[in-house]
Design a protein around this ligand. Sequence first.
Ligand code: UDH
Ligand code: MN
Length: 349
Amino acid sequence: MSLFPSLFKIIRKGKCLFLLLLCLCVVAWIATFSNDDTDKAVQDGSNSPDDKGVGGFAQMELESEMMQSVEERVEEQAAKESCPEQSPLLRGAIKLSFDPSLTIGQVESENGEVVEGQYNPSDCTARQSVAILIPHRNREKHLLYLLHHLHPFLQRQQLHYAIYAGDATFNRAKLLNVGYLEALNDQSWDCFIFHDVDLVPENDHNLYMCEEQPKHLVVGRNSTGYKLRYKGYFGGVSAMTKEQFLKVNGFPNSYWGWGGEDDDLRIRVTLQKMSIIRPSSQVARYTMVFHKRDSGNQINKDRMRLLRRTHQAWKTDGLNSCSYKVLSVHRAPLFINITVDIGRPERAH
Ligand code: UDH
Ligand code: MN
């Protein structure tokens, strides 16, 4: 082999290598260039209209717009002042109406700012986030009347709130435990209002907010001549913070049928050395939509026996033993309807 042909071979191979390197450089340069452009588009939040047809860029534009609006919202939220201690929107005693021809469509159109059962004041930051829990079964009309009055009532109180309504085999207390647990899956509410479906508040000075101690909101109702039903009554509508309710291990799960579960909660509260507070009787007034006793919710004859064991049972019968199966969660415009299977009584009473 002579020296020259091998030299030529080496030079030819070198040329090829050089060309290959050049190509790689060009590719790398194009790639850097296009990356620069997309970064800029994300930062600017603006693309030229020409980019719109290109899949990747169109998506970038959408993401950047979303980021911008999230940032704007965060800024807005930070800029909003806390709502005043007393809302300027309160009206005091309200004349309630129960129009038999009222429809859900009507109530929805009157409450355009409520989205999936939830409302947040637009011009100030609410002082509390409150979940309203309404156990109901076969009481559609009552629920409609209550939603009709409660949404504007809560908005006048400038609260951030959502209404959760549950429907199942009847056990008011267990349904309220389920409402509490499910609402907390959505977000960390400060305060919970345990609310009968047929009690409509008459005065918006009756604040749906929690206090240092558990609060009972139904001092009087039309059906009892606006007097407390009996000393120690803690049913109908009551308010407890997330912590207060957790401290008492929630409601008992074992009260099937009518009665006793609200007295059990009162015992739990006193066992924890908390006391029940009430607003003035002038303010804590309700109208109960007239009804007869529901079938499937007969008087719970076992309630006295159950109440005698509360001082022991509260530790094991409550939130920590509440088993159920969510069948559906429907986020309707004005409330979140949770349908659950809560099982049946362990033994016949
Ligand atoms: N509830 C239902 N469906 C039922 C039973 C009860 O939704 O089938 C809920 C509802 O939220 C109701 C709450 O449980 O508001 C309490 O039940 P209730 O309204 O039957 O209890 P109340 O204290 O006593 O009103 C009813 C006694 C029957 C009155 C008879 C007329 N004189
Ligand atoms: Mn009732």
